[in-house]
Design a protein around this ligand. Sequence first.
Ligand code: SF4
Length: 443
Amino acid sequence: MDNRKVLLVHPEISRTKYNFAGIIDNEPLELEYICTVLKDAGYEPYIWDGQVEEQPFVKRLAEVSPHAVYVCGRTRQENFMKEYCRAAKDIGCITMVGGLHAQHNYKRFYESYIDFVFRSFDIYGIVDVLENKALAAVNGLCINRGNRWVENEAAPFDIKRLPRPDRSYFYAHPRYRYLELQPCAHVRTAYCCPYKCKFCYRNRLNCGTYSARDIADVVDEIASIECENIYFIDDDFLFGEKRLEEFIRLVKERGIHKKYVCYGRADFISKHRDLMERLKEIGFYYVLVGLEAADDKHLYRYNKKSDLYANSAAVEILNDLGINAMGMFIVDLDFKARDFRDIAKWVRKHKLKHAAISIYTPEMNSELYDEYRSRLITRDPSHWDYLHVVAKPAHMSVRRYYMHYHILIGGLFLRAWRQGIYDFIDYKFFIGSIVKNMFRFGG
Ligand code: SF4
């Protein structure tokens, strides 16, 4: 094969601009891992990330003229993923799809213009596909045989087999950020999550098997990254006391000074004040906590295995220590007007500085999706972004639900604005996009 060019694609999040572009822009880490694997196998990979690219995809496609294209993304990007595969097929490329959405919803990509779908984290299979080698043995590969699709079994992938990601694209695009931390590099130390919250699909990734890297290897990687801000994108980084103790020890021993962002559970934080204090000392700056609800009834229903007491204690500890708590809440589809107000009250009462609100969204291909199937008001995957209502609320119209949602996020946003929390963003642009969305969807 003469042409060894492979274009690796992460589509833009949205084209309506109602999203967090310019506030949170995520490094395409998965593509950077694939980059390393392809280079090691003698290929010439290129990345195109719609979050940061100025050049339109079709122009880059024509310019690179690759042998194959690999596209990844989340549910909300499905339409763009397909559009880019279609464009690549039109010029005769091999088309491959992978990533978080495809892992569980692989059948949604069974299209004539898509050749292969990957439903495991095993990125080494991409080389086998390019070399047309032992395809029947490729972990979780789905193969388009023209009149039918052949599906290989998917097996858990041992994260310790990952190479170092090739971060040249990240260094060339300093726009990647988490709020004011810019640039901000992503680091993954584990796949999957050991908990089983009902609304969450992350605990089903990697065939539901939790797989973690050696923490010494993680520290080695962090030391080598030319960036002061590190975002641990594990679903729950604050897991395993001993592992975290060792992490702190190694970071101190090696004199690494960086700022860190991570996800952690409220029940863990509430029981580990001392550990959190030591994490603060080595640079933990933002901790994203799935508080989910302002009442125990919903926490129980979500199988959160935590409670309101833990939520309050976690926020209090983080506030006391001066770690920025980003509390993430769900506005449920069974909410009445007072439930929206209760979240706002809880945030004020506990002096939570940062709050993020997600609309309850039954993930595709899950038990919840089946439960909500008869109430779905859209099938458009771009609405699966936690910012849109996808199923009919139980106690009010969709329009009224949006009204309460917008009052809640508007109030939280105003509060943050008065406190100067988000002074780094373009307020005019952001408020404009919220208002535009209100007119489009109601409220
Ligand atoms: S702890 Fe977080 S990542 Fe894990 S299952 Fe629950 S919501 Fe999902």
